[in-house]
Design a protein around this ligand. Structure first.
Ligand code: NAD
Ligand code: DAU
Length: 331
């Protein structure tokens, strides 16, 4: 089996490449990645001859087409992924998330290749803190930010290409991932690397916002289950019942890193900040038999902290620029 993984030098994609080599010992992998600020070749170091990295843009048909033609399956992670960046400049989000996904869809249509589209729970908007509801595959789309609306648009393109052209595609919408190789612009790695640097963590607003945390390895196991057993045209929600407020998470990071639990600062809130995400994973669990393995958040977070302590060479070159961007907006 030959697998084309877009965005395979990013956080979730790189973990997926590693997991693919283990789960499918006979598989070979091509990673198509533009190596934007978020792509890191170091995440794919020492993987051997089974992995080939092609540096290129998913919105470029001439690059995409021959790679798709040679693949048995395309797993599409590449995206502009950070909400705060989309508030500063939405344009790359439109090009990569919408035009890029369109380009891939046209190519899998031409070559009749199986396609899996990796998406986010943010397409559903947000929930109130006291709402007993969770997102389900039939929750109406209601995205809030340029990032989430561009992902929502990409999901709708996939659905239309299935129905109009018979493309063999599935979609997954997952909640917040954490684990190794996550960019230091994101919440958990930012606070962990701040504390390593002797800087106080930064919590947006009051920190009441809730995210439904899942370990990246559990997300990717679910993606493989969907690729192998999912039904064409179906949407599967991936989540592991990991709801926590941002305040709880930052306080746990402080505690695990030997600080007082309140050793952090409140900073300017994110405009339009979604309040709560929560996933109902019933369909994935009952239909495909997926079970998350890393459900002890405290221990997953401790391992993630250790990873950042042991891999400073991986994140150090990224840190100063990220913090300069946040400082410019009072965060
Ligand atoms: P990331 O920002 O860490 O990685 C994105 C990767 O895509 C990078 O390697 C980047 O170089 C590459 N890329 C960007 N534009 C490209 C282009 N035009 N052509 C080729 N490559 C390009 O993102 P991530 O957190 O790993 O997210 C991966 C996917 O998972 C995204 O589609 C995201 O929407 C989705 N997702 C993320 C989360 C999360 O918590 N991080 C949760 C649910 C879904
Ligand atoms: O829900 C899935 C989504 O999760 C993915 O689609 C996105 O690609 C991914 O980035 C993530 O989006 P969030 O916006 O939820 O993640 P982020 O890590 O940026 O922030 C998590 C929460 O922490 C959010 O409520 C904002 C808050 N935050 C973030 C940063 C960077 C802070 O309080 N302080 C910070 O410094």
């Amino acid at each position: 089996m030959h697998v084309l993984i877009t965005g395979g030098a990013g956080f979730i994609g790189a973990n997926f490449v590693h997991q693919t080599l283990t789960r499918h010992p006979d598989a070979t992998v091509t990673v198509l990645d533009k190596l934007t600020y978020a792509g890191n070749q170091g995440s794919l170091a020492d993987l051997g001859e089974r992995v080939t990295l092609v540096v290129g843009d998913i919105a470029d048909t001439d690059t995409v087409d021959p790679l798709v033609a040679g693949a048995d399956v395309v797993v599409h992670f590449a995206a502009e992924s950070h909400n705060d960046n989309s508030l500063r400049d939405p344009s790359p989000f439109i090009r990569t998330n919408l035009v890029g996904t369109f380009t891939l869809l046209e190519s899998v249509r031409r070559h009749r290749v199986r396609f899996h589209h990796v998406s986010t729970d943010e397409v559903y908007g947000d929930l109130e803190l006291d709402d007993p509801a969770k997102f389900t595959p039939t929750t109406p789309y209601n995205p809030s930010s340029p990032y989430s609306s561009s992902k929502a648009g990409s999901d709708l393109l996939v659905r239309a290409w299935v129905r109009s052209f018979g493309v063999e595609a599935t979609i997954s919408n997952c909640s917040n991932n954490y684990g190794p190789y996550q960019h230091v612009e994101k919440f958990i790695p930012r606070q962990v690397t701040n504390l390593i640097d002797g800087v106080r963590p930064r919590l947006y607003g009051a920190g009441q916002n809730v995210r439904d945390w899942i370990h990246v390895l559990d997300h990717n196991d679910a993606v493989w289950d969907i690729v192998e057993k999912g039904r064409t045209g179906e949407t599967y929600l991936i989540g592991a019942n990991g709801e926590k407020s941002n305040k709880e998470v930052v306080e746990l990071i402080c505690e695990l890193m030997g600080h007082e639990p309140d050793d952090y600062d409140h900073v300017a809130d994110r405009p339009g900040h979604d309040m709560r995400y929560a996933i109902d994973n019933t369909k994935l669990v009952e239909e495909l038999g997926w079970t998350p393995r890393y459900t002890d958040f405290r221990s997953g977070l401790q391992d993630t902290i250790e990873w950042y302590r042991n891999n400073e060479a991986w994140w150090r070159p990224l840190k100063a620029e990220v913090e300069a961007r946040y400082a410019a907006q009072g965060q």
